[in-house]
Write a protein that binds this ligand. Sequence first.
Ligand SMILES: Cc1cc2nc3c(=O)[nH]c(=O)nc-3n(C[C@H](O)[C@H](O)[C@H](O)COP(=O)(O)OP(=O)(O)OC[C@H]3O[C@@H](n4cnc5c(N)ncnc54)[C@H](O)[C@@H]3O)c2cc1C
Length: 469
Amino acid sequence: MADEFDVIVIGGGPTGENAADRAVRGGLTAAVVESELVGGECSYWACMPSKALLRPVAVAAEAGHMRGVTGTTLEPAEVLARRDYWAADWKDDRQVDWLRGAGIELFRGVGRITGPRTVRAGDDGPLLRARHAIVVATGSDAVVPPELATVRPWTSRDATSAKEAPPRLVIVGGGVVGCEMATAWSALGSKVTLLSRGRLLDRLPDFAGDLVAAGLREAGVDVRIGASVASAQRSDDGTVRVTVAAAGGPDGEAIEADEVLAATGRAPRTKDIGLETVGLTPGSWLPVDETMRVVGADGGLIDGGWLYACGDVNHLALLTHMGKYQGRISGDAIAARAAGREPPVTNEAGTRWVPQVVFTAPEVAAVGLTQQDAERAGLRVRVVDYEIGKVAGAGVYEDGYTGHAQMIVDLDREVIVGMILAGPGTGEMIHAATIAVVGAVPLRRLWHAVPSYPTVSELWLRLLEAYGL
Ligand SMILES: Cc1cc2nc3c(=O)[nH]c(=O)nc-3n(C[C@H](O)[C@H](O)[C@H](O)COP(=O)(O)OP(=O)(O)OC[C@H]3O[C@@H](n4cnc5c(N)ncnc54)[C@H](O)[C@@H]3O)c2cc1C
C-alpha cells in the first residue's frame, strides 16, 4: 500500500520547496523527497556560499577606490568562516524545520518515478503515490569536459566549499561561475589563470565582459581570451599541468596549477529519476508548458498532465529566483486544477524577463532582451548607452566610478525591453529595470519617476535624456 499525497516533489532545493509550499497553501498535502540536503545546490554549493565569499571582496574593492579609507585587506580565514556560516556548515536542520513548519512531509533518499503518479523514495524506501501531480525539481550538475576528466578537477561544489585557497588555480570557462570564482579566489590569495574560449560573459553585450576582464586583470588574474584546454595531467605530487589551446595561435603552452576548476556548463540531474518509466529519456532536460507541465517530444502532455518540472531541470533559466517563481506557478496550478479551477498564473516571465546579477568586481546586472535578442524577435529597437561614471551620484559612490549602462527600447511601444548595467553596486539597481520592463512602463511615464539626488540611480534620468525626453 503506497503512502498517498496530493503532490510529490522530487528534490528539496529552492524550487521544490516553493512548489510544495504553494501546493500546501492551496489546500493540498505535499511530500518532498530529497537525496542530499534540503535547501539544494543554492544553499550549500552555489548562490549562498559564493555570494558570502564575494561580498567581502566587493566591499574591499570599493574601499580601495575611496579616498580617505585605508584598510582594504581581506582576511581569508575570516571570509571562509563567514562563508561556512552562510552555508549553514552544510547542515540542513533549519531548512528541515522550515519544511515541516510549512506542513510538508520529508522523505530522505533518491526519488525515482516508477510509473504514472508513483515515486519510490530511496532504494528500499516507501512507494509514494501522488493523487494530483509529481514535480521534478532535481536541479543540475556541473559538466566536466573530457579533457579534464582524469585530473579530478574542481567543480562549482569544490569552488564554493574549499577550506583554503589553492596557491595556483586554473579556471576553465568565462561564464558567470568562472568569472565569479576567479574574482573570489584571486582575492583570497590564489594566483588565478582564467581560460575562456570566447569573450567573458558572452551572452551579454561586449562592454560587460570587457569591464569584468579589466577588473579581473587589475586584481591580478591572468585572463586569456580565445584559450581552451588541449589536455591536462595530474602528477603524483598533485600538480596539474594544463596545456592550453589558443584560438588561431600555436597550441602547447603549459600552465601548472594546484587545482583546475571546470566552469563549463551544466547538465540536468535526470539520469536516474525513472524518466524511462513514463516514456521520457533519462539525462534529458524536461521541456514544459506555461504552467510547468512536462511536454513530450510530440509537444503533448505526459499522460494527461500529472508531471511537472521546475527550476534548472527544465532549462528555461538556471537561476534560483526563476526556479522559485516556477515553483510558485506550478504549486498554484496544481492546487487550482485539483479544485477544478484554471491556474491563476502562468509563466509570463519565461525566458524574456529574466533578471540576473553577476557578482564580479565590477558587478554586471541585466534583465530582459539584449539588442540581438530583440532584433531576432522582430522588434524595432533603439539602443541607448551611457557611462554611469558621469552621474554625480556615481562619483560620490566611488572615486573614479567606471561603469556602463545600455537600455534597449522597443520603439513601437516606447517601453524598455532590456537593460544591461555594469559597474559597482549595479546588482541592487537592476530591480528597478525589472519593474519597468515587466510592467511595460511607458518611457514618458518613467520620466515622472524622479531618482533621488545624488544616487547612482540618476542614471535613469540620463538614459531618458539620451533617448530624447
Ligand atoms: C557556483 C554557482 C553560483 C550560483 N549563484 C547563483 C546566484 O547567485 N543566484 C542565482 O539565482 N542562481 C545562482 N546559481 C544557480 C542556482 O544555484 C540554481 O539555479 C538553483 O540552485 C536551482 O535550484 P533547483 O531547486 O532547480 O535545483 P537545486 O538547487 O540543484 O536543488 C535540487 C535538489 O534536488 C535534489 N535531488 C536531485 N536528484 C534527486 C533525486 N533523484 N531524489 C531526491 N532528491 C534529488 C538535490 O540533492 C538538490 O537538493 C548558481 C549556480 C552555481 C553553480
